[in-house]
Design a protein around this ligand. Structure first.
Ligand code: UDP
Length: 317
């Protein structure tokens, strides 16, 4: 845990997770170069870093040609359209960043002799037939469904990552990130937590899809960033699930968000999106064993902090 990072590239560094990572890396003493085409990321997420000489935001498209001058210790590949709403709206950009973007980021890591960390996802398990999901489970993904642009490009990202490791000797880490939320998610993000908070605070109906019995396991962003940093500094090169195993139904989540917002919004049922996974929960045995990591912030507290930011932090931004 003593590796002193001096210069790190974060693709997607103006996004939700990328910007929190940039904060953490700067706090740990590194110079940070974010590469983000701002398709879903925002300058706003990193505006507080603008005056820091150790921070740079480059608006290149990681799926196209891009270069970085000088040495780099680590490339963290977080550029992606992570919300179902976004990846269904931009299917080709999603495929490109998850294939060409990943290859380009790996080439950069190879050129620089840098460690590479891939932001993979629980979506590699698709609509899982194994519960909770262990890293050894190969998944259940529809290769031609609307979600496939995300799921399959993340799966091929993992394949690229392992191939660069095996064929080119790139030092790699793979984080399979389960549903995570917190400050800096966009109001229009479309994922359950930001959508429910936006609706509850406006007193509008909370839109639960299907009958709301599908589950997710939600992690607070600070916990996830700690897990990612531990993975980056570890010696473990196989995929690691990072998430909070506390599993809730979407109907329960809607109620918890409504309570956190002191809202009286009604809950409305809407059609379930195609191929929406029915259950999702990480088995975090590997993260505990290899990283001595587990999520610590309880769901209610995580919601409280996020709602507080939604009310005041966002307004103050
Ligand atoms: N969901 C919902 N209402 C919304 C947005 C999402 O009921 O307004 C459901 C969605 O169908 C899924 C779950 O919440 O079952 C989590 O969706 P999200 O988009 O947050 O992430 P996913 O895990 O599907 O990538």
């Amino acid at each position: 845990m003593t590796w002193a990072l001096s210069r790190v590239v974060v693709t997607g560094g103006a996004g939700f997770l990328g910007s929190h990572l940039a904060d953490r890396l700067l706090a740990d003493g590194a110079e940070v170069i974010c590469v983000d085409n701002l398709i879903t990321g925002s300058r706003h997420n990193v505006r507080h870093l603008a005056g820091d000489p150790r921070f740079t935001l480059r608006t290149d498209d990681v799926s196209a040609a891009w270069t970085i001058d000088g040495p780099v210790d680590a490339v963290l590949h977080f550029a992606s359209l992570a919300s179902p709403v976004d990846y269904l709206r931009h299917p080709l950009a999603t495929l490109e960043v998850g294939t060409l973007g990943t290859r380009n980021a790996l080439r950069m890591a190879e050129d620089k002799g840098a460690r590479f960390l891939m932001a993979s996802t629980s979506e590699v398990y698709g609509d899982p037939a194994v519960h909770p999901q262990t890293e050894t489970y190969w998944g259940n993904v529809n290769p031609i469904g609307p979600r496939s642009v995300y799921d399959e490009s993340k799966r091929v990202s993992e394949s690229f990552t392992m191939a660069f490791n095996r064929a080119r000797g790139v030092d790699v880490r793979i984080a399979r990130i389960f549903n995570t939320f917190g400050p800096r998610m966009r109001e229009q993000d479309g994922r359950a937590v930001p959508q429910f908070i936006t609706q509850a605070l406006a007193g509008e109906p909370i839109t639960v899809y299907g009958d709301g019995s599908q589950t997710r396991s939600l992690c607070y962003v600070d916990d996830l960033i700690e897990g990612l940093m531990r993975l980056l500094r570890s010696n473990y090169t196989l995929p690691v699930n990072l998430g909070n195993p506390h599993e809730v139904t979407m109907l329960e989540l809607a109620g918890l968000v409504r309570d956190s917002c002191s809202s009286e919004s009604p809950i409305e049922l809407h059609p379930l999106p195609v191929d929406d996974p029915k259950r999702r929960c990480p088995d975090v045995t590997v993260a505990r064993r290899e990283l001595d990591w587990q999520a610590n912030v309880p769901l209610e507290e995580a919601l409280r902090r996020t709602v507080a930011w939604w009310r005041t932090g966002r307004a103050a931004d």
